[in-house]
Design a protein around this ligand. Structure first.
Ligand code: ZN
Length: 216
């Protein structure tokens, strides 16, 4: 099964990707991981990507697309994959189609996790991170002691600077503006599955499985 996963920040995309990956026995490939691996392995494209990253610039499309092509044609992706973080623009989506064509593989589904802004803002503004061990908690779900110490290690819990409503709203706006056109593209192909991302982790996973014809 070959999938692309979309979801705004704070929607729990990483968790669902992990569940899908285990269930379908296919790798979860995020653009971040792919880049890090290519840089670490010092591939030609990895070194090229690094030269941009070192200057604090975005890795250009042709380099990123080359890296994705290498990964998708590798042994670990022969039974499928869950692609995460790419494509973000229409030209990238079209370039990806060309890769699929070259590799003679077919994209099965594009899964989009949908959560309204209000819910994401609620989730992210209630997020607390441990300064010591990095554990992430949600004040709405997790039991945090009154002294505001990490239940795991006793470290101090804090709120990340970018977990404030205005910054979150802006991130969501950027996400929606850039991805809507890409989602429309896949909707026209008839392979887009939009899933309501609010609820229990396992319930959402169940909805994803059903939408792509997988029985529990
Ligand atoms: Zn801790």
């Amino acid at each position: 099964m070959r999938l692309i996963l979309f979801g705004p920040p704070g929607v729990g995309k990483g968790t669902q990707a992990q569940i899908l990956s285990q269930k379908l026995n296919i790798p979860h490939i995020s653009t971040g991981d792919m880049l890090r691996e290519a840089v670490k392995n010092q591939t030609e494209l990895g070194l090229k990507a690094k030269s941009y990253m070192d200057r604090g610039e975005l890795v250009p499309d042709d380099v990123m697309i080359g890296i994705i092509k290498e990964v998708l044609s590798s042994e670990k992706c022969k039974n499928g994959f869950i692609l995460d973080g790419f494509p973000r623009t229409l030209p990238q989506a079209k370039a990806l189609d060309e890769i699929f064509e070259e590799l003679k593989i077919k994209l099965d589904y594009v899964i989009s996790l949908e959560v309204n802004d209000e819910e994401i803002i609620k989730r992210l503004t209630n997020r607390r991170v441990c300064r010591n061990c990095g554990a992430v908690y949600n004040l709405l779900i997790d039991k945090i002691p009154e002294d505001n110490k990490c239940p795991r290690c006793g470290g101090e819990l804090y709120q990340r600077n970018d977990d404030n409503p205005d910054i979150i709203k802006n991130r969501l706006k950027v996400y929606r503006e850039s991805t809507q056109i890409v989602l429309d593209y896949y909707a026209k192909k008839g392979i887009l599955k939009s899933i309501n991302g609010i609820g229990e982790i396992n319930t959402i996973a169940q909805k994803i499985f059903e939408s792509i014809g997988i029985k529990e």
